[in-house]
Design a protein around this ligand. Sequence first.
Ligand code: PLP
Length: 410
Amino acid sequence: MININENFLNLQDSYLFSTIAKKVAEFQKNNPDKKVIKLGIGDVTRPIVPAVLEAMHKAVDELGIQQSFRGYGPEQGYEFLREKIAEFDYAKRGVKIDIDEIFVSDGAKCDCGNIGDILGFENKVAITDPVYPVYLDTNVMSGRSGKYNEKTGMFENIIYMPATSKNNFVPEFPEEVPDMIYLCLPNNPTGTTLTKEQLAKWVEYARKNKSLILFDSAYEAYISEENIPHTIYEIEGAKEVAIEFRSFSKTAGFTGVRCAYTIVPKELKGYTKNGEEVSLNSLWNRRHGTKFNGVSYPVQRGAEAIYSDDGQKQIKENISYYMNNAKIIKEGLQASGFTVYGGINAPYIWLKVPSNMTSWEFFDKLLNEANVVGTPGVGFGPSGEGYFRLTAFGTKENTIEAIERIKNMK
Ligand code: PLP
């Protein structure tokens, strides 16, 4: 008889995006003449830039020629890409990362989830609330949580660190010390970032408590302000306590192409039950090499091209395009009296729902009156209740129109 992993039965249905889709479909059926503008989903819309396309085309052609054909590549990623990552994303920011600390993969989502393979199941997990749901769900799957509590909307045995307007979206250190701490900065969904000084306090906390920080910086490319660290390793001592996840998805429109990477420094240690130190880099290397067979050659060539002069210029144009949308949303909503957060170092605008409505009530109002779709904050965690996320990933024309319609709402 096949037993199942019963932890999966603890998962709550991720009804957020399916409920949104159902509500939108129903609205469109009843109002076929209305143009609905979607500013809900966190997916990019600008096409892949020419420098990347050209590199990928060339790489595909190479595969058709005997002399340049390639089969399996190194599981950790080709050196040509890892060298570029080490140089551009780290050395240029004064951080030394060796290429054997870089693991190229097909997504930060998978890496954020898979990292749990090498960590003890009894580890206590802390997540900020609200946040990207993958950290929580993957730990529920692997049994690090208790049961779901319908009343609180929280899982037992998980430490939730609220990030709301009360603390300026900067979570406080929890009373109970966690072993694994997920930090997503710039944050999805609130758009918050931490300054170097604020992040240094987390590094210090983790060092003091021998905790591990799982630092997701999928939106690093959107940072526009000074004194915001682009990598956690800009903080002294972080290599001893942090794993960093990066993705080309939002940086270069790779959500469909798929390429990301994870940094596991060699200084980073975990502990056996007997207190012996073990290198997390070697555990992740073993795990990655056993369960993953590398990102395809053309995709890695495409990712490499992001670092060329043309590539850099072109992806920055797309990021500016999105961040101009963020500005349109932020300023437009502020002018209409909304309280708005984010949108400066992240493509997400996090707004306070007016008149004490719930975030789902505001969703319905926005859909019915402005025909605009966003994401209810409570979908990202219980502390997201009363907030709402709009994304800057639409077209400029639709963004302007959506904000005009919201302004005209009663
Ligand atoms: N991390 C965060 C915070 C995200 O918001 C997302 C996507 O929305 C991801 C990771 C997923 O990245 P990838 O496309 O590389 O799997």
